[in-house]
Design a binder for this molecule. Sequence first.
Ligand SMILES: Nc1ncnc2c1ncn2[C@@H]1O[C@H](COP(=O)(O)OP(=O)(O)OP(=O)(O)O)[C@@H](O)[C@H]1O
Ligand SMILES: [Mg+2]
Length: 255
Amino acid sequence: MTRFIVFANRKGGCSKTTTAVNVAHALAMEGQKVLLIDADPQAHATIALGIPPLSRKCHILHLLREEAPFNDAVFQTHIPGVCLIPASRELGSFELDFSTRTGSETLLSESLYEDAPGFDYLIFDPPPTAGLLTVSTLVAAQEVFIPMQMHFLAMEGLAEIMHLIYTVNATHNANLQLSAIIPTFFNKKTRLAREITEDIVKNFGADKLLHGIRMNISLAEAPGHGKSIFEYAPQSCGAQDYLEVAHKIDGFRKG
Ligand SMILES: Nc1ncnc2c1ncn2[C@@H]1O[C@H](COP(=O)(O)OP(=O)(O)OP(=O)(O)O)[C@@H](O)[C@H]1O
Ligand SMILES: [Mg+2]
C-alpha cells in the first residue's frame, strides 16, 4: 500500500526539505519507490535535487490547475527510485488564485490518488505556512512527521501544526495522524534539548519521538551540489542519522 507522508511544520528553516529529500533517497536505497512532491513555491526540494525550477515544462502548479496529467508532471530524478513533482516560484499564484474557491484543498489529493499505487511512498514537502498549500498536503497525506529544533519557541510551532492537523481531521481527512516528531539540528548535550525532549515524551509518548538529526555542515552543503547526503557525504553523521530515521519511518505502521 502506498504511504502518504508529509514533513510539516509551520516554522521555517526547521529542516523539512532536508528531511524530505534525504529520507526519500534513504527509502529508495532500501528498494522503495518514492515520489517526492515539492509543494513549496521556494522550490527547495527541486533545487536540492539539482533541477533548475524553470527547466521543467510541467510542475505541480500545472497538475493543480488541471493543465497537465500526472505523468507529465512526474520526473525521474538522477537518483534511482526517486521521482519528483517539481515546483517553481509560480506556485505562489495557486494560493492567491485558489484560496477563496471552495474545494481547493482537495485538488492536490484528487490529482494524485489515482496514480499513486505505482509508488511505495508519496512524500510531501510543504512551505512553512498554514496556507492552502500546506493544508492541501495535509488533506492528501495520512502521516505527519514534524521536524523541529529542540528550542523553546519551536514548541509554539508544534502547537500550531497540531492545531492544523486537528482542523484537517475535522474537515477533510479523518485519517491524518501525527506519526512522530524528528528532532533536527539536535545536540543531546545541551540542557535545553534534553528538557524539550522530555516535554515531548511527556505530552506525546516516547514512541512519537524519532532519532535526532545532528547538526552537520554536509547536510547544508549537499543541496548546493544538487545531491542528497548519501551522494555528497555518505560517511557523514548526517547520512547516518537520516538512514536511521528512514529505517524507523519504514518500520512504522499506521494505526
Ligand atoms: N542537520 C542539519 N545540519 C546543518 N544544516 C542543516 C541541517 N538541516 C538543515 N540544514 C540547513 O538548514 C537550512 C534550512 O533547512 P531546510 O531548508 O531543510 O528547512 P525547511 O524547514 O525546509 O525550510 P523552509 O521553512 O524555508 O521550507 C538549509 O540551509 C539546510 O541545508
Ligand atoms: Mg523547505
